[in-house]
Design a protein around this ligand. Structure first.
Ligand SMILES: Nc1ncnc2c1ncn2[C@@H]1O[C@H](COP(=O)(O)OP(=O)(O)OP(=O)(O)O)[C@@H](O)[C@H]1O
Length: 331
C-alpha cells in the first residue's frame, strides 16, 4: 500500500455521524442522519428553512446534545471528547460573533487570545487572513463601519484564526447581495486551497453549492439525496424544458408518455429532457406554436431539489403535494 493510501486509511474521517437525531418535543428536527466526510472535503448540506441544517451543525460542533445517535470529529466523540472536538473545529454561525466596537485587527487579536495563541502567532495569522479576505486596508476600522460582505468575511477569518482542521459554516452568504456572496465563496475557496481544511457548509441558496465536492439534500431532518453536484445535475438530463400556456394539464398528459414525469408549478409546466440536439430542436419546433412561452435551459442544483420532491411524491401518489406530478417516472 502506498504512503498516501496508508495515511488515508489510518486517518479517521473529518466528520462522522451515525443516526444523529434531535427531537424538540413534538418536532423531530434531525432524524437519524448519518454522514461520513473525509478529510479535506468541501461538503454542502443543502435544504430549505427549517429542514434541520443548523441543528445538525450544532450537534456536530458540541453546542447541543443529540437525543440519539453519535458523531465524531477527527475521531473525537462529540459527547465524550467535546474539548478535543472544540480544539479541532472552527464555527461561523448565522449571527456574527464580532464585537462591533472593536476594529478588524482587534477582533482577530481577541479571537486569537481566546484560543490561547501566542502574540507572534496572532500577528502572523491576522496579517495572512486580512490579506486573504481583502481586509488589510480596513484593519483599523471598527466593525460597525464595515459593509455586510466584509463583516461576513471578518467573521469567517475570526472563525479560522486557530487554523482548525474542520470548519463549519452555517449559511455563510445569507443576507448578502450577489457580488458579496460571490466574494465570500472566493474567500472560502482560497482558504481551502491554502489550508486544506475540511469544510461543511449549510446553505439554502442551492445553486451556490455547485463548487462543493459533495452535497447532501436535507428535508425534515433526513438526508434525501447526496452526491457530486455535477453528477446529480447531469442525472436529470441535458435540459429542463419550461412551458407556459393554457390547459397545461392536458398538455402534460399528452407529453408525459414521451418525456416522462413533470412538475406543474402554478403557470409553468416543467419536463426533464434527455436526448440529442436534433431531438431537442424538433421538440421545440413542435411545441413553440402551441404554447405561450417555451424556455429550454441547463439544469442546476435547484432542479435537483425540485425533482427529489417529485420523485418522492411519485412513490406515494396518494399523498397531497403542492406539486402535482406526471403519470410516469422518467426512465
Ligand atoms: N431550540 C429549538 N426548540 C424547538 N424547536 C427547534 C429549536 N431549534 C430548531 N427547532 C426546530 O427544528 C427544526 C429544524 O430547525 P433548524 O434551525 O435546524 O433548520 P435549518 O434548516 O437550519 O433552518 P434555517 O435555514 O432557517 O436556519 C425546525 O422545525 C425548527 O423550528
Amino acid at each position: 500500500m502506498d504512503a498516501a493510501r496508508q495515511a488515508s486509511v489510518l486517518t479517521p474521517p473529518a466528520i462522522e455521524a451515525f443516526e444523529l437525531t434531535k427531537r424538540y418535543g413534538e418536532v423531530l428536527a434531525v432524524d437519524a442522519l448519518s454522514l461520513e466526510i473525509p478529510s479535506g472535503q468541501f461538503f454542502g448540506l443543502l435544504g430549505p428553512n427549517g429542514s434541520g441544517k443548523t441543528t445538525t451543525v450544532h450537534m456536530l460542533s458540541t453546542l447541543i446534545r443529540p437525543t440519539r445517535g453519535s458523531a465524531r470529529i477527527a475521531g473525537f466523540d462529540v459527547l465524550s471528547r467535546a474539548i478535543e472536538v472544540r480544539r479541532t473545529i472552527g464555527v461561523v454561525f448565522q449571527d456574527p460573533a464580532l464585537d462591533q466596537n472593536l476594529s478588524v485587527a482587534e477582533n482577530l487579536r481577541f479571537a486569537g487570545q481566546l484560543y490561547g495563541l501566542s502574540k507572534a502567532e496572532i500577528r502572523r495569522r491576522s496579517e495572512e487572513l486580512m490579506e486573504l479576505f481583502g481586509l488589510t486596508e480596513r484593519r483599523d476600522q471598527p466593525v460597525s463601519r464595515l459593509s455586510g460582505g466584509l463583516r461576513r468575511a471578518l467573521d469567517i477569518a475570526r472563525g479560522v484564526i486557530h487554523e482548525p482542521r474542520v470548519l463549519f459554516l452555517d449559511e455563510p452568504t445569507i443576507g448578502l447581495d450577489v457580488p458579496n456572496r460571490r466574494r465570500i465563496w472566493r474567500f472560502i475557496g482560497q482558504l481551502r486551497a491554502r489550508k486544506g481544511m475540511t469544510v461543511l457548509l449549510t446553505t439554502h441558496y442551492l445553486e451556490e453549492a455547485a463548487d462543493c465536492d459533495v452535497v447532501a439534500f436535507i428535508q425534515q431532518g433526513r438526508i434525501v439525496k447526496s452526491g457530486h453536484p455535477h453528477q446529480l445535475i447531469e442525472s436529470l438530463g441535458s435540459h429542463v424544458i419550461e412551458i407556459e400556456g393554457e390547459r397545461l394539464d392536458a398538455l402534460a398528459a399528452l407529453l408525459a408518455p414521451r418525456l416522462g414525469a413533470y412538475l406543474l408549478e402554478g403557470e409553468t409546466l416543467c419536463f426533464r429532457f434527455k436526448g440529442d440536439a436534433a431531438a431537442l430542436a424538433a421538440l421545440q419546433a413542435e411545441l413553440a406554436p402551441r404554447v405561450a412561452a417555451l424556455r429550454v435551459r441547463r439544469p442546476n442544483l435547484n432542479d435537483v431539489f425540485l425533482w427529489i420532491n417529485e420523485a418522492r411524491a411519485w412513490q406515494a401518489p396518494e399523498r397531497e403535494t403542492h406539486r402535482p406530478i406526471g403519470e410516469r417516472a422518467c426512465p
